[in-house]
Ligand binder design. Structure first.
Ligand code: ADP
Ligand code: ZN
Length: 530
């Protein structure tokens, strides 16, 4: 673990070249490093692959003492320490996976100042033992990695991160640097507040990932669509497929394997050994596809992930950005592909509706979902919309997303919306009944199904008033109204109900523009010679 050579130097650029073997700093790495070396606090927002690690690893070698790195990624600590040891940096970690002897060795090295970096799990910092240990050594700085874990609205929330605000009180003279790839200004403010980084300088990089091609396609038979994507564009490539449920992960992994794609499952329902084994294989072998829930991926540093596919809708734009950001860390062309359909909206709205937590919490979840839906339904450049969301001014259309490559038409869906909403209105107000999307579409199309005749819905005035659209188009109308909050999903059965805003459409006070999917979905071939 400890290496005798002293790599320390007061010159950051010299350390970059001699220890890490790179010629020049990237982006604002140098500014961050200078600021932290001089004792300032910093909040660093940089996309995945941007080079956050050097922002604390170099100050660790320039400042006196040991840099203490707080990271939730216990499973990766050994890898991180190995990578540093390989270039001669003295690093160690303390976490729950270690035996007592290994701990003692690291503790002694820390106290003796024979380490450059010490990695700690956040829960360890809450213990008296570790706090007393830290008091006995000399701390160069605190680095708080994956700092968005302190955000209670984020999907990576770790309660132990909340206690990190005490670092400032207990060691007021030690500079702190918090780092994350999560980009919204709301998250940034929350990190600064919760970690008491009041005087920290903020360093915010551009979050654009120009080599990633964003595509969001209508969901029909998602697993078949996925298979064609892999066959046509990514044969033999490494990639990640995200599914919402464990069952779906297992089923998808089996299907891919049966079709000759080397795929592995990953979700919290698998035992720790299997998970670790699958993760290691994904990292070390070429061309494996990891099929996973969002439990997989944080901190995974695999440069040649060529695609990230979502079979289900992410709950937020932040989540979508993080997950797709795992593609193309090496800068080469990569695909972010998402299949999205009516059922996704119904399911997620229902999950929010029936979730625990108070009204504020549910509103917050709904707001996050709305932004994600807006990204799916937009007719403008996806990248532009994404960067806008993160508060960055997007320039011209990017030319490397599906809406740029084959622009969707928009059409005036106001009349269609009125027909659908008045069907729901009739059922609700006149008969006090509520139904799901499928039944409402049957009524509009004038289909006398068993259910329709059983309820006498074939005698409604709205029966058959929507034959000008195909079923798929009606499902698109329902989806887009749900996405815009002009329609709501209720209860366990996902029945449709009007919202306050529905009245604006019914009363002709609001027009509704809709997205018509292009017949042929853009292939990335033209933009991506390979
Ligand atoms: P992040 O933590 O922001 O996702 P990393 O710190 O893991 O990113 O860096 C991503 C990759 O870029 C790593 O392979 C790293 O060695 C490399 N890298 C970082 N800074 C530089 C630099 N100045 N020059 C060349 N490569 C760099
Ligand atoms: Zn674009």
């Amino acid at each position: 673990m400890a290496s005798p050579t002293d790599l320390r130097s007061s010159d950051a650029l010299e350390v970059l070249r001699r220890v890490f073997g790179y010629d020049a700093f990237r982006g604002f790495q140098q500014e961050v490093i200078d600021h932290v070396v001089a004792g300032g606090d910093a909040l660093v927002l940089m996309p995945t692959g941007g080079g956050k690690s050097l922002c604390y690893q170099i100050p660790a070698l320039v400042r006196d003492g040991v840099a203490v790195v707080v990271s939730p990624l216990i499973a990766l600590m050994q890898d991180q320490v190995d990578a540093l040891t390989a270039v001669g940096v003295r690093a160690g970690f303390l976490n729950s996976t270690q035996d007592l002897d290994a701990r003692r060795v690291v503790e002694r090295a820390f106290v003796a100042g024979e380490l450059d970096l010490l990695y700690l799990a956040p829960e360890a910092l809450g213990t008296r033992g570790v706090q007393q240990l830290l008091d006995r050594g000399r701390i160069a700085l605190f680095a708080i990695d994956e700092a968005h874990c302190v955000s209670q609205w984020g999907h990576d929330f770790r309660p132990d991160y909340l206690a990190l605000s005490m670092l400032h009180e207990r060691w007021p003279d030690v500079p702190r640097i918090a780092l994350t790839a999560t980009a919204t200004s709301a998250t940034r403010d929350e990190i600064a507040t919760r970690l008491k980084l009041t005087d920290a300088r903020h360093f915010v990089a551009s979050f654009d990932r120009p080599n990633i091609q964003y595509r969001i396609v209508p969901k029909r038979e998602p697993r078949k669509q996925l298979l064609s994507l892999l066959r046509d564009e990514h044969p033999g490539d490494a990639g990640i497929v995200y599914c919402l449920s464990r069952a779906s992960v297992d089923k998808t992994a089996e299907l891919l394997t049966a079709n000759g794609v080397a795929a592995l499952p990953y979700h919290a329902g698998l035992d720790a050994g299997t998970r670790a084994r699958n993760q290691q294989r994904f990292l070390r072998e070429d061309g494996l596809v990891m099929v996973a829930t969002i439990a997989f991926g944080m901190g995974i540093d695999k440069p040649d992930v060529r695609f990230v596919a979502h079979l289900d809708l992410p709950k937020s734009v932040e989540g979508y950005y993080q997950e797709t950001g795992r593609a193309g860390r090496d800068g080469l062309p990569s695909t972010a592909w998402l299949a999205y359909g009516l059922q996704d909206v119904v399911q997620q709205r229902k999950m929010i509706e029936t979730s625990d937590g108070d009204l504020t919490h549910r509103r917050n979840l709904a707001a996050h979902l709305d932004a994600m839906l807006a990204l799916c339904e937009t007719v403008r450049c996806r990248r532009g919309q994404l960067l806008d969301y993160f508060g960055e001014k997007a320039t011209a259309a990017c030319g490397n997303c599906d809406t740029c490559l084959s622009p969707p038409e928009s059409w005036d869906g106001t009349v269609a919306a009125q027909k659908l909403l008045s069907t729901i209105f009739r059922l609700d107000r006149e008969r006090n009944q509520r139904f799901g999307a499928g039944h409402c579409v049957d009524i509009l199309l004038g289909r006398a199904t068993d259910k329709v005749t059983q309820y006498g819905h074939d005698s409604l005035t709205v029966f058959g008033i929507g034959v000008e659209l195909r079923e798929a188009e009606w499902r698109g109308v329902v989806r887009q109204l749900l996405a815009e909050g002009l329609l709501a999903v209720e209860g366990d059965y996902g029945t449709l109900a009007l919202t306050e805003a529905s009245a604006e459409v019914l009363g002709r006070r609001r027009t509704v523009m809709m997205r018509r999917e292009p017949e042929k979905v853009a292939s990335s071939r033209a933009a991506k010679p390979r």
